[in-house]
Design a protein around this ligand. Structure first.
Ligand SMILES: Cc1cc2nc3c(=O)[nH]c(=O)nc-3n(C[C@H](O)[C@H](O)[C@H](O)COP(=O)(O)OP(=O)(O)OC[C@H]3O[C@@H](n4cnc5c(N)ncnc54)[C@H](O)[C@@H]3O)c2cc1C
Length: 429
């Protein structure tokens, strides 16, 4: 019997007929050709951290976790194998005197998986991880290996950097990396009303700024990260224990309490926000960016034009007040710089991202549908790896280069080798 594959939250499951595990590029080519001959759909998989059914198939999956490591470094450019996790990449890059320019909340993703969906961190001067890619090597549906960069094949380059694994399988990615750096992390509790006006200033004053809002509290936790020449402050173990007990443990316990006693949700939100401030911490960047996420959840996140971010939060706040809905899980607000990647949620516009969550196992439909309607009022574009309900007709309106991407996809993969039901609904409608 085929082994069952599950994504991180357990929402998506698949029983593929086979899983290819190549360790060399020749193995990727062989897998693509064999899937074609056998008539299997082929879905590349990273670390399975997408909430959407991007990797689900009863055909074949291709898992590149054995195809990992750095291939070459040339100045500030590192070419890495597609299956390298961001966690593994940190120390490998540092050993070469480099770092990723930005990272998201976790580092468990494979670099190809993170790039494939436009994974991002926060910072008004920083684009998503895909925008750090200056070239890639892709195995297409015929088994041909192609190299793409801005000069050689601009269309494939702009399409491929966020391509959900529908144009082919990345073998390697070349990333522009800054010299290795350290970060100074600080968190503080502020009233939401104050942050609503202060945030543009906070975001401009710090390299990376975001806030977490427990929707039934009027306080938010503002977290900032800044490049620093200060020596690491130590206390890594203390920080890990704090993350485990105060962040994950408290979120789990308070979330459970609020489900058992919904009347407690508002005070629990207020208590969690009040506990969210923390001291100052300095460490290597790759150790500061990620936080452990042991509590499983499902998530929806949209990118709206930056100037509409706070209006969108205000509308969400009104919705909570109007409906009396009790949700404990914090809402995360970040900023991402514009890029020119065809299917990037940040294409052509500086963006604010707003993420909403429900614990794994809870029914998220009503909450996420209500939030999706608010995001739609602000021309929101969904994160490709996070839950959304959009179909092709909606997406063509949101992405100016949608048809160009769709045409290129048809040309590279006319038989739909790389499509599953979810992707067919998106690309074929
Ligand atoms: C706890 C948690 C925290 C998160 N935090 C953030 C965050 O801070 N910021 C953010 O933006 N997102 C975040 N995400 C979302 C996550 O970064 C994305 O969904 C990302 O795509 C997951 O990477 P993965 O390696 O697990 O890829 P998968 O989910 O396995 O795959 C993602 C996509 O990449 C494609 N792919 C994978 N490998 C290849 C390859 N070799 N060639 C071609 N295509 C490939 C797949 O086909 C699929 O379409 C988070 C998710 C979780 C569960």
């Amino acid at each position: 019997m085929a082994a069952v594959w599950r994504n991180w939250s357990g929402l998506q499951r698949a029983a593929p007929a086979t899983v290819f595990r190549p360790v060399e590029e020749t193995g990727i080519v062989a897998a693509v050709r064999e899937a074609g001959v056998r008539g299997w759909n082929l879905r590349p998989i990273g670390a399975g951290h997408s909430f959407t059914p991007l990797c689900v198939t009863d055909g074949a999956q291709i898992d590149l976790s054995g195809h990992a490591g750095i291939v070459a470094v040339d100045g500030g450019r590192a070419t890495v194998r597609a299956g390298t996790t961001i966690r593994a990449l940190g120390p490998l890059l540092r050993a070469k005197g480099l770092n990723l320019a930005n990272q998201g909340d976790i580092d468990a993703q494979a670099i190809a998986g993170a790039v494939g969906t436009g994974t991002h961190g926060t910072g008004i001067r920083f684009g998503c991880l895909s925008s750090l890619v200056s070239g890639f090597r892709l195995v297409t549906a015929t088994g041909e290996v192609v190299d793409a960069d801005a000069a050689g094949d601009p269309d494939l380059f702009q399409a491929g950097r966020v391509s959900l694994g529908v144009l082919g399988v990345f073998s390697t990615l070349t990333l522009d990396c800054p010299p290795a750096y350290s970060l100074r992390e600080e968190s503080r509790v502020r009233p939401l009303d104050a942050v609503a006006t202060e945030f543009p200033e906070i975001a401009a004053a710090h390299d990376h700024a975001e806030f977490f809002w427990f929707p039934m509290a009027d306080q938010v936790v503002v977290k900032t990260l800044d490049h620093t020449g200060d020596a690491p402050s130590g206390g890594r173990r203390r920080r890990a224990v704090k993350a485990m007990v105060l962040e994950n443990g408290a979120i789990w316990t308070m979330g459970r309490l609020s489900r058992l006693m919904p009347g407690l949700t508002a005070p629990l939100c207020r208590l969690s926000a009040a506990l969210g401030g923390g001291g100052v911490h300095v460490d290597h960047a790759e150790r500061v960016f990620p936080s452990p996420r042991w509590v499983r959840f499902n998530e929806m996140e949209y990118a709206v034009p930056a100037e509409q971010g706070m209006d969108c939060i205000a509308e969400i706040r009104k919705w909570f007040r109007r409906t009396g809905t009790r949700i404990y899980f914090p809402i995360e607000f970040r900023r991402v710089a514009a890029d020119d990647i065809w299917l990037s949620p940040f294409h052509g516009r500086d963006s604010a991202t707003i993420a909403v969550h429900r614990f794994a196992g809870e029914d998220f439909t009503a909450y996420f549908e209500a939030m999706a309607a608010i995001f739609a009022n602000h021309r929101g574009r969904p994160h490709w790896g996070k839950l959304h309900f959009l179909k092709r007709a909606d997406l063509t309106r949101l992405y100016p280069e949608w048809e160009r991407f769709a045409a290129l996809r048809c040309r590279l993969d006319p038989k739909g080798l790389f499509l599953n039901d979810h992707l067919r609904a998106i690309f074929e409608g």
